[in-house]
Design a binder for this molecule. Structure first.
Ligand SMILES: [Fe+2]
Length: 362
């Protein structure tokens, strides 16, 4: 596996001392739900750390060391409050300026609103990166999620793990993610509001995430996260995260799934075609994060028509309705889609969810 560049050597003894079992955080051996049981469900849920989860015992110094070492790859934002209009403005630190770390740390130390994130793992289609001094996150994925993910996502899946550090009642803007998300909370307190995914949105076969208002039409559920807890946030569920109190908050998230970009499907179908062309209407061609259209083949694997022989009818109908075809007979189109489905179910066709992967695939 590839490593990020510029690895920073941390004394081995220090690393060893940083990692212990987190059993003392929760003191709970009798938790009922395994985190992996939440995958592909629509219910936001709190789960306690189990004894088999191991990560840094002292998360605040670990997180600060990681920001110091990988500043140029970190995203750091803060809020300036304006008393006159009782509002705050979101500003960003310059990650290329070495002085930004001290400014970030000062805000952490003095409990002023600040937030930083740093990718730890980026893994898809059998390749990716694990940051130095974050091997434990890779172990957590392998121990807790990998087996279930292979069953849930036979065409392959994407994994991203990210470290989050915040302080001073910083509010991270409301948004939703393309993936099932697990927030492993290690230090400080956080208030997380999650708007459960409505049936209307979960029933959409082809979807994007532009409808923030619609996805927030229901009442939010509030979770007061304490160290030792894992919050499951379903794919597509809007959420807002606020650090509470003066103690710095440190969490590590794991986002995983296989939302399939419609542009990637078109590229793959056109590769299989001899003559003719499949395309999307202009309004579905966006590769903007929230406007790009996706479907989730895995949702159809266990439906009645979800055999490996042909594409399930509901999925076929929805895709055929939006795919534009030139010089392709409808019978050929159906055969084409069935061939694609058979390949997708038996070979790892999934190339990931992001525009750069889509555009780089051709
Ligand atoms: Fe998120």
């Amino acid at each position: 596996m590839l490593q990020y560049t510029n690895p920073v050597q941390i004394p081995k003894l220090l690393i060893r001392n940083l990692f212990i079992s987190l059993q003392h955080f929760s003191g709970a051996d009798n938790f009922m739900t395994e985190p992996s049981d939440c995958l592909q469900t629509l219910t936001p849920m709190l789960v306690n750390f189990s004894g088999k989860i191991v990560h840094p015992v002292d998360p605040v110094p670990w997180a600060l060391d990681m920001f110091a070492a990988y500043l140029s790859e970190a995203d750091m934002q803060f809020r300036e409050r304006s008393v006159e209009v009782n509002e705050s403005t979101l500003l960003y630190f310059d990650q290329k300026d070495p002085a930004s770390f001290e400014q970030f740390k000062h805000r952490i130390d003095s409990a002023q609103p600040v937030h930083g994130s740093l990718p730890l793992i980026d893994f898809c289609a059998g390749d990716g990166t694990v940051r130095n001094n974050a091997d434990w996150a890779w172990q957590i994925y392998n121990t807790i999620f990998e087996q279930k993910m292979a069953t849930c996502h036979p065409m392959g899946s994407y994994l991203r793990s990210t470290m989050w550090m915040s302080c001073g009642e910083h509010r991270y803007d409301v948004h939703c993610d393309l993936f099932d998300g697990f927030l492993f909370h290690m230090s400080g307190c956080k208030l997380v509001r999650v708007w459960p995914v409505s049936k209307e949105h979960s029933d959409m076969v082809i979807f994007n995430h532009s409808d923030f208002d619609g996805r927030m039409a229901s009442e939010a559920i509030e979770f007061n996260l304490k160290p030792g807890q894992i919050l499951f946030i379903p794919s597509g569920a809007m959420h807002e995260v606020i650090s509470i109190g003066d103690e710095p908050s440190v969490s590590v998230s794991f986002h995983m799934g296989s939302p399939f970009p419609m542009p990637t499907l078109c590229i793959q179908l056109n590769k299989m075609l001899q003559g003719g062309k499949v395309s999307l209407s202009p309004n579905m061609n966006s590769i903007n994060k929230f406007k790009m259209y996706f479907f989730e083949p895995t949702r159809f694997i266990n439906t009645n028509n979800g055999s490996q022989d042909g594409m399930p009818e509901e999925l076929y109908k929805a895709l055929a309705e939006v795919l534009q075809s030139e010089n392709i007979a409808s019978k050929t189109m159906r055969e084409l889609m069935s061939s694609w489905w058979q390949i997708a179910m038996t070979q790892p066709l999934y190339q990931g969810p992001y525009p750069e992967r889509v555009s780089g695939y051709e």
